[in-house]
Ligand binder design. Structure first.
Ligand SMILES: Nc1ncnc2c1ncn2[C@@H]1O[C@H](COP(=O)(O)OP(=O)(O)OP(=O)(O)O)[C@@H](O)[C@H]1O
Ligand SMILES: CC(C)(CO)[C@@H](O)C(=O)NCCC(=O)O
Length: 315
């Protein structure tokens, strides 16, 4: 499946791993020991060789895009004779459940904030814009969690509108994987240089509008979009593997929505995770997420062990 992307669309430049990683030579900033430790803190399974080979060149590419955008902003400023309010450069990260969107985003946040042109990089996930659990239950959408209709699309668009307009502080709702629900506290976005917006739905066009006639999409506010891709059997495997590590870890917390799963045996847990994948996350991937892949500016294709095998960059 992954190897078909370039065949389907000549709009993309294709890079093998070696070609791409050779581009890191031009990254002027080597990672300090403190930064390496910080990256390990994001995810202990991430290999530092992978960070250097894949994510450093990616941060350099994004730095070039952001700088170009900043230069374009200065043209408008010269033309107007004054500096207009300007929101952050927005980078979106899409892909399946369990592909590693949040890990990828956190690595990018750590790498991008090292550049002097954009030291303030904030990150939010669209999970916070899922309807609260009680509302999902009432709308009978619990089995459709993560599908387009399970998000408050208008709230997400209102948030992006305010951020892009350069408002000083904008609040976003926060989701907890532990309670499976929105948290009472909000996350404050304080006019960063870059905002990374991560979620299943960031390339989708089908959102639930309160205002008829409002045809804006998330992508209208996004400056650069990434899609993290992997073959479906691998994604299912990663989902089941993560469920298993939750069973031993966070599900043992009595506050966990899935606390009852902590009692399951390993084989029962595998069966449960397989069922959730086959009934919810797998169909959502096929119907709503994968069809958006070729809208992205850049596609990162992962293979075994989350190692990136190929990169496609829209020309
Ligand atoms: N680069 C990586 N190297 C090694 N393991 C990784 C990497 N990226 C993600 N993982 C692992 O893959 C699993 C899924 O990662 P993550 O939680 O980041 O995915 P996600 O796409 O944000 O998921 P969700 O949509 O459910 O929030 C986790 O177990 C994580 O530890
Ligand atoms: C919160 C989402 C939708 C996306 O991260 C996902 O993790 C989820 O909860 N999916 C529903 C089925 C499940 O529990 O995995």
């Amino acid at each position: 499946m992954q190897d078909n992307i370039a065949g389907q669309s000549s709009a993309y430049l294709e890079f093998g791993r070696d070609h791409w990683s050779a581009l890191r030579d031009a990254v002027p900033l080597p990672l300090s020991q403190g930064e390496l430790n910080k990256l390990k803190g994001i995810n202990e399974n991430i290999s530092l060789e992978e960070v250097e080979a894949i994510y450093l060149p990616l941060s350099r590419l994004l730095n070039l895009y952001v700088k170009t955008n900043q230069r374009r902003g200065r043209v408008v400023e010269d033309f107007l004779g004054q500096r207009p309010e300007k929101g952050p450069y927005i980078i979106s990260v899409a892909g399946s459940v369990a592909v590693g969107k949040s890990t990828t985003s956190r690595i990018l946040q750590a790498l991008l904030q090292r550049w002097p042109e954009h030291p303030r990089v904030e990150l939010i996930t669209t999970d916070g814009f899922l309807y609260p659990l009680a509302e999902l239950k009432q709308k009978q959408l619990l089995q459709k969690k993560g599908f387009p209709q399970s998000y408050d699309g208008q709230m997400l668009l209102d948030f992006l509108k305010a951020v892009k307009a350069g408002h000083k502080t904008v609040e976003a709702p926060v989701y907890s994987h532990l309670t499976y629900d929105r948290l009472p506290e909000m996350q404050k976005i304080n006019k960063p240089d870059i905002l990374i917006l991560e979620g299943l739905n960031v390339l989708q066009t089908a959102v639930d509008y309160r205002e008829p006639g409002n045809r804006l999409f998330v992508s209208d506010f996004v400056d650069f979009s990434l899609y993290v891709d992997a073959d479906t059997p691998l994604l299912k495997h990663w989902y089941i593997e993560r469920f298993e590590s939750f069973r031993k870890g966070s599900f043992t917390d009595p506050n966990s929505y899935f606390h009852h799963y902590a009692q399951l045996s390993e084989s029962e847990a595998k069966k449960t995770a397989t069922k959730i994948w086959d009934e919810i996350n797998g169909p959502n991937l096929e119907e709503n997420i994968l069809p958006t892949r070729e809208r992205a500016n850049l596609i990162l294709c992962k293979g075994e062990n989350h190692l990136v095998r190929r990169i496609w960059l829209r020309q």
